[in-house]
Ligand binder design. Sequence first.
Ligand code: UD1
Length: 344
Amino acid sequence: MGKNVFVTGGLGFIGSHTVLDLVVQDYDVTIIDNLDNAFPEAWRRMKELAGDKAHMMKFIKGDLRNFDDLDNIFSATKFDAVIHFAGRKAVGESVQFPMLYYTHNVVGAVNLIEVMRKHNVKNMVFSSSCTVYGNPERVPINEEHPLKALSPYGRTKLIIEDIFRDVAAAEPEWRIILLRYFNPVGAHPSGKIGEHPVGIPNNLMPYVQQVALGQRDALSVFGSDYPTRDGTCVRDYIHVMDLAEGHVAALDKLFASPDIGCTPINLGTGTGSTVLEMVKAFEEASGKKVAYKLVDRRAGDSVAVWAATETAERELGWKTKLDINDMCRDQWKWASLYPKGYET
Ligand code: UD1
């Protein structure tokens, strides 16, 4: 019998790629998404990509802040596990509107845990972030690195992790994996689904993409005097397809490990790339020039961030297969096929 998985935020960037991987692996999936930062067109394309497995995915529009939305879904279907992606994720916005983050992210997670307890579903994979390591004291960052939040967004991730740790300590039957992602980029190799930022992109690669498409004049490279090989910051960019596989591996691990408790696992490549290396890789993949200017450092940026990957390899039997050239190739395919993303 196939297992039933409830996926929150399943139409978003990482959620959509993961859901497709889940149905390929014969999981039945029910998605909830409030479409705040996702598009019905993504759902249409996911069904197209799923082909004869499209019947294994279901989408329900709903909001985690509304307990009844969740309760109705859990009353109708018995789930074996939950993957929790839903949440707001823009650091700058979180500084301006912290309550948006506490209500969407924290209240949403609390409702989700409560509905899971009510219906006795106690297997959870949570979308955390390397943001919980704050300004890293050392690299590579392993899961024992001290935790610190530097923004309301980061604080919501840390609070939710803490809630999970408390719940697992009080109720040992829970099995929880906290996946701490590094910098997800790239797109589905078909080019049909990818990241569609609303407004001016905050993150590097969506901005680079828009410059390559001629939608923006030039990238501002934030800081060129850092103590790195070319003076720009180093990050661990991970292909969204590898990340999706990491979620399936985490789910498989949950089902196989009754006493996993609440375990954090980094998902990264273990390698860092500079901003200028990413720009160059994108130029090569796209054949387009990416104009850029060197500007001041962005407040709050860390110099160098990359993951220690041993825990993922040992616990999940998972490691990344794709490199920055693959990420740029697939992202360019998405960009050139759909320069307006999900807007049709
Ligand atoms: C951001 C978030 C972090 C989140 C992570 C992964 C911030 C402060 N942090 O981290 O919480 O977990 O994404 O999604 O936003 N850059 C430029 N020009 C740009 C944009 C970025 O030079 O226009 C540089 C940045 O200075 C940084 C690198 O590119 O060195 C990556 O930036 P970004 O994509 O925003 O990710 P992070 O800052 O690593």
